[in-house]
Design a binder for this molecule. Structure first.
Ligand code: SF4
Length: 262
């Protein structure tokens, strides 16, 4: 089987607290977030295919160096067959296995949860409200309107709720100036997840490698600003576990035999 791959896997100690993780970037995504740092891997391109046996070998080769594999992207749920194989392979090696997803494919999410995945990080890029979700993800199309997107994301959230006792669960919201930063918007998200056992990460926007050049001119929000947002949420919903993260965006390196997007 061939897999559309977005770049050379990297080992990161920052992605999962306390774990050295192998990050595997699968290409393709159904969103077009303007602040995306992986804009060169959002499409499926023939020149960036790889035999899945090669990826499995890469996992096996670093088995003694890492304690986790994280399948990310792009949107990894867009390559169901490859995803299932990589999960199975990691489990055979007894490695903790997780995915990072935008949550737009609830059926596949359910399937991989049933396979026994250990960790899910789902983006909550905006409240479940068509206009702001569309502005944040630019994902709505004639064939898949924003209303459908809202219902798919709600379904993914409901599925994760069912599995919350069996997985490590994280939600992630990038705090982006002029786009996703208002307390009332975050409060709507908080109301949706307040009863779910998960960490909610406020990711500080960084302007490296972003898809929309206008966002490359935006400054990161101040850490104090994020802390104030967190305090406001916790005041209203004391059970929320909110973490602030401020990692540099990883530079996804394209292998020499592959052609990056101009
Ligand atoms: S930020 Fe994530 S969901 Fe958005 S376009 Fe990039 S890869 Fe896709």
């Amino acid at each position: 089987m061939q897999v559309y791959i977005g770049g050379i896997p990297i080992i990161s100690s920052q992605r999962l607290p306390g774990k050295e993780s192998l990050l595997i970037f699968l290409s393709g995504c159904d969103f077009r977030c303007p602040f995306c740092y992986a804009s060169h891997i959002l499409d499926f391109k023939p020149e960036i295919q790889e035999d899945i046996r090669h990826i499995k070998r890469q996992i096996s080769d670093v088995r003694d160096q890492v304690s986790a594999v994280v399948l990310t992207g792009g949107e990894p749920l867009m390559q169901r067959g490859a995803l299932l194989q990589l999960i199975k392979h990691s489990k055979e090696l007894e490695i903790y296995i997780g995915i990072e997803t935008n949550g737009s494919k609830p059926d596949i999410l359910k399937e991989i949860l049933q396979e026994g995945i250990d960790y899910v990080s789902m983006d909550l890029k905006a409240p479940f409200e068509e206009k702001l979700l569309q502005k944040t993800t630019r994902a709505g199309t004639f064939f898949r309107p924003a209303s459908r997107l809202v219902s798919d994301l709600k379904e993914s959230l409901a599925i994760l709720k069912q599995f919350q006792d069996r997985i490590d669960l994280e939600f992630k919201t990038t705090i982006v100036p002029s786009l996703m930063f208002r307390k009332e918007d975050l409060m709507q998200i908080a109301a949706e997840i307040r009863e779910i056992d998960a960490v909610w990460v406020f990711q500080r926007f960084r302007n490296e490698f972003v898809k929309d050049s206008r966002f490359s001119r935006l400054e990161s929000p101040a850490l104090d600003f994020l802390q104030n947002l967190r305090d406001s949420m916790i005041k209203e919903y004391p059970n929320l576990r909110i973490e602030i993260r401020d990692e540099p965006n990883p530079q996804i390196a394209v292998p020499e035999n592959m052609t990056p997007e101009e």
